[in-house]
Design a protein around this ligand. Structure first.
Ligand code: NAP
Length: 277
């Protein structure tokens, strides 16, 4: 009698040693008693296609994709979800019959679910969202905010051209302001989101003036090392509701785990603790 295959999944990036995804998925596999494995894989760009074509035959049911391959993997997908097309990048691949690849992007889903979970009183329609940064993560954040019904996204990035490109892709609800003007947009925002890498351990601090922060606002940071960034500390002191970035990492992992291993995982304190080990 043939035995069922043990499902394998993992994360592809380079470097990959810092990734918290193996801790997270490993925790869920143990919690739900699933006989599967989730493996970090450091893959060079030149080997990406060959690796992706080989993994299904080895028993892989899918992989997460992280920096620097999120855009490049799109070229090897047989099918791409609408949200991944809009964002222009994929972070979750599902291997289907005979190795065909479905590419999805769950970062926007992870962002909005984390926001709703950490700030349950936040309403998309309550006012403009100020988004700092216009890199890959900002594309996912903006697509989810526009989808949720935010009336206006005020977008500010050091390199203005990158923000203008995002506006061209996401439409009229985006208003671009110069990076030096970002501070003056804070006071009118219902939501402030840092999608830059500023404030991360080892990176410069976020230089945007924050005196416009006030109670009633929601402030969230995609950076989660440290968990309380300078932005979140200032927001907490100003009486804002704050949401840290670790939850986004946890929530974005849920759809992949469910597709690969057949169980929708819960996010609780034990999940957070596992990802922080
Ligand atoms: P990216 O595409 O490289 O974009 C980096 C962004 O940071 C750009 O807007 C860049 O501005 C800005 N930036 C970098 N250095 C700056 C400086 N010195 N002054 C002003 N702006 C600066 O990176 P990404 O993929 O979007 O990721 C951004 C951050 O989000 C990272 O810290 C990443 O770890 C985090 N992230 C977290 C999650 C999560 O699950 N919590 C998910 C995805 C990403 P320019 O365009 O001017 O260079």
């Amino acid at each position: 009698m043939t035995q069922p295959r043990i499902p394998l999944a993992g994360v592809i990036g380079s470097p990959i040693a810092h990734s918290r995804s193996p801790l997270l998925h490993g925790h869920w596999l143990r919690t739900y008693g699933i006989r599967g494995h989730y493996i970090p894989m450091d893959v060079h760009e030149n080997d990406l296609e060959r690796v992706l074509r080989t993994l299904p035959a080895m028993g892989f049911v899918g992989v997460n994709v992280t920096v620097p391959h999120k855009e490049k993997v799109m070229a090897f997908a047989d099918q791409i979800t609408d949200r991944a097309i809009l964002i222009g990048a994929a972070n979750t691949l599902i291997f289907r019959n005979a190795g065909s690849i479905l590419a999805d992007n769950t970062d926007g889903y992870g962002f909005i679910e984390n926001l709703r979970s950490g700030a349950p009183d936040w309403r998309a329609e309550s006012g403009p969202a100020l988004v700092l940064g216009a890199g890959g993560a900002a594309r996912a954040v903006i697509s989810s905010l526009v989808d949720a019904g935010v009336p206006e996204v005020v977008l500010s990035n050091r390199t203005r051209l990158r923000a203008e490109r995002l506006k061209a892709d996401f439409g009229h609800r985006i208003r671009v302001v110069d990076w030096v003007q970002a501070g003056s947009a804070v006071k009118d925002a219902a939501l402030v989101v840092n999608t830059t890498s500023l404030g991360m351990s080892g990176q410069p601090a976020l230089s945007v003036p924050l005196d416009g922060l006030h109670p009633g606002m929601v402030v969230t940071d995609l950076v989660y090392t440290p968990l309380e960034t300078g932005l979140l500390a200032a927001a907490r002191k100003a009486g804002c509701t704050t949401v840290d970035g670790l939850g986004m990492l946890l929530f974005q992992a849920v759809p992949g785990f469910e597709r690969w291993f057949g169980t929708r995982p819960e996010i609780d304190e034990a999940t957070r603790a596992a990802a922080l080990k």
